[in-house]
Design a protein around this ligand. Structure first.
Ligand code: FAD
Length: 327
């Protein structure tokens, strides 16, 4: 399990511009200092983040060795779009920062035998500009423009978002809706975890401390398969107040539905009762939609004081209706 060291930063209202400033600070000042000293150095804090030992492995084997040998909390650094603000706000204080940005082995998009395989260090912008993704994972093309803003999408990675498991993020819900598998690697070997089992709670995953997310496997979309996505956010690019990602083998009638909500619970929530309520009905069947919406009261909504459970339920009903209508 990853140590839960983070507070949900998107709930710290008014901090987003501050985050962008802090990212620049670490990216342009702290890391260059460390890199100048040969990729492994001790940075003494004079600014915001606590002291770190910075490691910049050149191969996965080296990264895994470092991860298994360190004797203090170690955190991999991917795009840094979540980790750096958290470090600067001292919500995360890793003793060792393991920079994954020099590992080309984690930066690939392949299609083999009907499976799309994406390396952990592929950023959102690369996903959005990939022909393989556009044709074979159309749900990403629908959803990823809603993740933050271009500057964040240029650095934020699929592996970072997966490992972070932010309940308000799009990626965990997309991976569950697509029936994806997370490939996990450590010095002990490689194994695969279904997205349904990987995301366990708020910032909590099935990853062990000596493991890295290596890549993600997603079944290639079939001709008949349909996808839906809808989110409600205060402004485009903000974290969603509620959102849903949907896949179905067909829409008329609905078969093999996977309906997954984000932003409403402590993790991406699969709505199996709503899937059952819609299964076998035809596209546009209002009675089936009402049954599906009513079934959403059985979801485990977050109780955190930022929004009433009744409001979350109402938002979930709205995003479900709008996502299904557009499929
Ligand atoms: C202004 C702003 C707005 C944003 N809005 C949104 C939004 O609307 N939706 C959204 O989903 N996200 C949003 N984000 C977050 C963004 O998507 C991040 O990129 C993402 O959450 C983490 O990806 P990263 O590559 O930056 O990971 P990092 O920040 O580098 O790392 C995140 C965590 O994952 C761990 N980690 C990274 N890679 C691996 C790996 N391969 N194996 C194991 N552990 C790993 C790190 O140690 C850390 O704990 C926003 C961020 C900012 C700054």
């Amino acid at each position: 399990m990853l140590p839960v060291q983070f507070l949900p930063i998107q709930f710290l209202s008014g901090k987003l511009l501050m985050q962008e400033y802090l990212i620049c600070l670490v990216w342009h000042e702290i890391l260059p200092q460390a890199r100048e000293t040969g990729g492994s150095s001790h940075y003494t804090n004079t600014m915001k983040a606590s002291d770190i030992i910075y490691k910049c492995p050149q191969t996965i084997a080296e990264a895994l060795k470092l991860l298994s040998e360190v004797d203090q909390p170690c955190q991999p650094l991917a795009g840094g779009q979540s980790l750096m603000p958290m470090m600067n706000l001292r919500l995360a204080q890793p003793g060792v920062l393991l920079d994954l940005n020099r590992l080309p082995e984690l930066n690939f998009i392949d299609k083999t035998d009907g499976v799309i395989h994406i390396g952990a260090m592929v950023c959102y912008s690369a996903l959005l500009s990939s022909g393989i993704i556009r044709h074979h994972v159309p749900l990403f093309a629908l959803a990823l423009p809603h993740v933050a803003h271009k500057a964040v999408r240029n650095r934020g990675t699929i592996g970072g978002s997966t490992a972070l498991a932010d309940p308000a993020a799009e990626m965990p819900a997309l991976l569950k809706a697509l029936g994806a598998t997370i490939v996990v690697i450590s010095q002990r070997g490689t194994h695969e975890i279904a997205a349904d089992d990987f995301f366990q709670g708020i910032y909590e995953t099935a990853l062990e401390e000596d493991e890295l997310v290596h890549s993600i496997k997603i079944p290639s979309a079939t001709e008949k398969q349909r996808f839906g996505f809808y989110e409600l956010a205060r402004r485009h690019g903000d974290y969603a107040m509620a959102g849903v990602a949907i896949s179905a083998q067909s829409a008329d009638p609905w078969t093999e539905l996977r309906i997954v909500f984000f932003g409403v619970g402590d993790k991406a929530l699969r709505a199996t009762d709503a899937e059952t309520a819609l299964a076998g009905s035809v596209f546009g069947d209002k009675a089936a939609l009402t049954r599906a919406q009513n079934s959403l009261s059985s979801l485990e909504y977050a109780v955190d004081g930022s929004m009433a459970v009744e409001t979350r339920l109402q938002l979930a009903k709205v995003v479900l209706q709008r996502a299904l209508k557009a499929m």
